[in-house]
Design a protein around this ligand. Structure first.
Ligand code: BDP
Length: 706
């Protein structure tokens, strides 16, 4: 009897891991046992010990991470020793920090790594602990994706690779769709949620090295001594992972918490106040990264309140950093209320003339496109227009305008579309990526920032597939030459399944998902026609808002003649902000890529396009085929059911079903609304929507968008 229960218990223990539902918490760092035993045996033979020598805290992390990963993947404990035993026949992995390490160094950082065989052993080397840590994660990735442990080398192309959290002191997250903030300010600094460390591991594993912990619409509270202790506690968790903390600052802080009468950047007392604050921060956090600033934007205070420029403000803050190794990231997301203007041009007009006026430690942070994180935007005209200033590329990982946490949209193609865009400012090949990594204009510093999609939901990102966007951002920040498909393949194999057919199907679906989203929401270059405030669902009829450039009609300009915003010389002439070669291509409706057509042209409803269809027919075709493609995504997903965890499968399947009917909502809303202008029938083979425009409009209330 006793024996029977013992056997039963054994069966249960052995069986348990396979049947436990995957809650997504482990992200891509699952380290489940490699099932193929010959392959496992091969890896095991090469990884019998880890040798790590030296006091470097990040090196220690590297050893611990490697040990943890190998233990899971190989199912055997791997000891960490100080050095390989002389004359031993064991094969192991040596982690070596050496100033002389021969590692690539693209971003003038010390974060590169090299992995090579040396005798029986494998060496992972870097010039810093962080370099070795990145090498270790690269090595683990090889195992996770079942690749050989061959020679590998890597180095980041961009120096500052940051997540921007739009998290507030009260635990809410602006534009966050995965629950509340992961930072538990009320518990800090005494209690450190174990999640902070897991968060740091995830970031380090994809090469991120900085975190702005709070919202750009900043509370001054973060600069108080009390909050600095909290931020210090977080910094202590992140440091062993090579991650530095940064703060968003409220421009008016000297007034709000400093008791001063002004926040004028040229006022000596204001200067002193910031210098003292900065000194206090560095006392608490010696490796503090610096400040991120949203000023004179969307009602936030800024130096212009005192007749000073963005450069005056940024330079004053840079000076306040003193001798410390910090930077200032000054956002260019500004647009004045100007009913006769074109919001497209506002940031350019405010910043272009400031090029050359910023101090060397200031980077200007520019969103990927000129409006605001739309599903597709042309690249921001400031890229290439400020050669004397390092520009940080800011992208949004959280899906504010891309279906929040219910629509499956893989964002690597969006990020890459911007990075690969050719500004042409110095001839062909002057890509946004080369502006951002500093190589086009020989800048010593460079940066990229992603607005995080992370929250306190157990699986971190709400939509299980949202994890891929966090992952892809990190991988592209490290190396923007990676392809979207390669990144999706890595992520899928590490996170969902290693079954080759399933991986291929999922990667295919991910690769198409962003275009599908664009088709059923904003095809042909439509933009900013989403629900007011909440930015979810369609509201192309929106004509009244706090400002004209917060409506939809401002952007699509539908009338009886046609559709689209004329930004050529006969319109707002925003096109003139680009290099002549770009102007030439985009300025002619015949050569302008269809994806950007309505960004720059007001096109007649019956105008034939390069597809052979008229504008109206092409528009309808894209809305209909886009919405249909969600059904295709559902089929793709259904086919991989046997290969993925049941809980994750069900979660994604349910969200895809929401996406399917919301794609129809978008389709019906847009074709019915634009039809009131085109007065044309829905072209064959498509059937007109079964509901009326009034019925679709009423859905906005149902979704409580107002
Ligand atoms: C917009 C968001 C708003 C942000 C703003 C920004 O709707 O919540 O504060 O961007 O980037 O897209 O500052």
């Amino acid at each position: 009897m006793l024996l029977r229960s013992a056997l039963l218990l054994l069966v249960f223990i052995v069986a348990a891991p396979c049947c436990r539902a995957d809650d997504g918490y482990r992200l891509w760092l699952k380290y489940d046992l490699i099932a193929d035993s010959p392959q496992r045996a091969q890896y095991r033979a090469a990884a019998q010990f880890i040798a790590a020598n030296g006091p470097d805290a990040v090196l220690k992390t590297a050893a611990a991470e490697l040990q943890r990963g190998l233990q899971g993947l190989l199912g055997q404990p791997v000891p960490v020793v100080e050095q390989a035993a002389n004359g031993s026949s064991k094969r192991g992995i040596l982690l070596v920090v050496s100033a002389a390490a021969n590692v690539p160094d693209a971003a003038r950082s010390t974060e590169g790594y090299r992995i090579f065989a040396q005798g029986r052993n494998l060496v992972v080397t870097g010039r810093s602990g962080a370099g070795v840590l990145y090498g270790v994660f690269a090595l683990l990735r090889q195992l996770q994706t079942r690749q050989p442990l061959a020679n590998l080398a890597g180095s980041p192309r961009i120096r500052y690779r940051l997540l921007n959290h739009w998290d507030n002191p009260n635990g809410t997250v602006e534009r966050g769709y995965a629950g509340s903030s992961i930072w538990k300010w009320a518990e800090l600094p005494e209690r450190l949620d174990p999640r902070y460390k897991d968060y740091a591991r995830a970031n380090a594993s994809i090469g991120l090295n900085g975190v702005v912990v709070n919202n750009v619409n900043a509370s001054a509270r973060y600069l108080t001594p009390e909050y600095l202790q909290k931020v210090k506690a977080l910094a202590g968790v992140f440091r062993p992972y090579g991650i530095r903390v940064y703060l968003s600052v409220l421009w008016a802080a000297p007034k709000v918490i400093g008791g001063l009468k002004t926040s004028d950047p040229l006022d000596p007392q204001v200067n002193q106040w910031w210098a003292a604050r900065s000194e206090a921060i560095y006392q608490a956090i010696p490796d503090f990264g610096g400040f991120l600033v949203k000023a004179n934007s969307e009602g936030e205070p800024g130096p212009q309140d005192y007749g000073r420029s963005h450069a005056d403000g940024a330079n004053m803050l840079a000076a306040a950093l003193g001798q410390h190794d910090g930077i200032v990231m000054w956002r260019a997301f500004v647009y004045k209320a100007n009913s006769n203007g074109d919001r497209f041009k506002e940031a350019y007009e405010e910043f272009k003339s400031l090029d050359g006026q910023f101090s060397p430690r200031v980077l200007v942070q520019v969103k990927n496109g000129p409006i605001d994180f739309q599903a597709r935007e042309p690249f921001h005209p400031l890229f290439g227009a400020m050669p004397k200033t390092p520009l940080v590329l800011e992208v949004q990982i959280t899906q504010e305008y891309l279906g929040m946490a219910t629509h499956l949209v893989y964002l690597a193609p969006l990020f890459k579309e911007c990075l690969d865009a050719d500004t042409r400012v110095k001839g062909p090949g002057s890509t946004v990526a080369k502006v951002v990594d500093g190589s086009l204009d020989q800048h010593a510093i460079s940066g990229i920032a992603g607005v995080a999609n992370i929250g306190a939901d157990r699986n971190w990102t709400g939509h299980p597939m949202g994890q891929a966007n966090w992952y892809a951002f990190g991988r592209l920040a490290w190396d923007y030459t990676l392809t979207s498909a390669a990144i999706a393949t890595e992520w899928t194999s590490m996170t969902l399944t290693t079954e080759p057919k399933a991986v291929a199907a999922i990667v295919n679906m991910m690769g198409k998902s962003r275009d599908i989203y664009v088709r059923y929401t904003t095809p042909l270059g439509l933009h900013h026609i989403m629900g007011q405030n909440i930015h979810y669902g369609p509201e192309p009829w929106l004509a009244q808002a706090g400002r004209p450039d917060w409506t939809a009609v401002y952007y699509h300009k539908a009338d009886s003649a046609g559709l689209g915003f004329n930004r050529t010389a006969t319109g707002s002439n925003a096109l003139a902000l680009y290099a002549p070669a770009v102007q030439k291509q985009w300025g002619d409706a015949k050569t302008c890529p269809l994806n950007y057509l309505l960004w720059f042209h007001h096109v007649g409803w019956k105008q034939p396009l390069s597809t052979g269809r008229t504008l109206w027919n092409e528009l309808c075709t894209r809305y209909y085929t886009g919405a249909d493609s969600v059904t295709w995504m559902q089929q793709q997903w259904a086919a991989v059911k046997p290969a993925v965890d049941a809980a994750v499968f069900a979660d994604v399947a349910a969200r895809l079903e929401i996406q399917r009917h919301e794609a129809l909502w978008w389709r019906d809303a847009c074709v019915l609304y634009f039809q009131t202008y085109s007065k044309l029938p829905i072209p064959a083979p498509f059937s007109p929507p079964a509901r009326t425009l009034a019925e679709v409009k009423s859905l906005v209330d149902l979704y409580q968008l107002k």
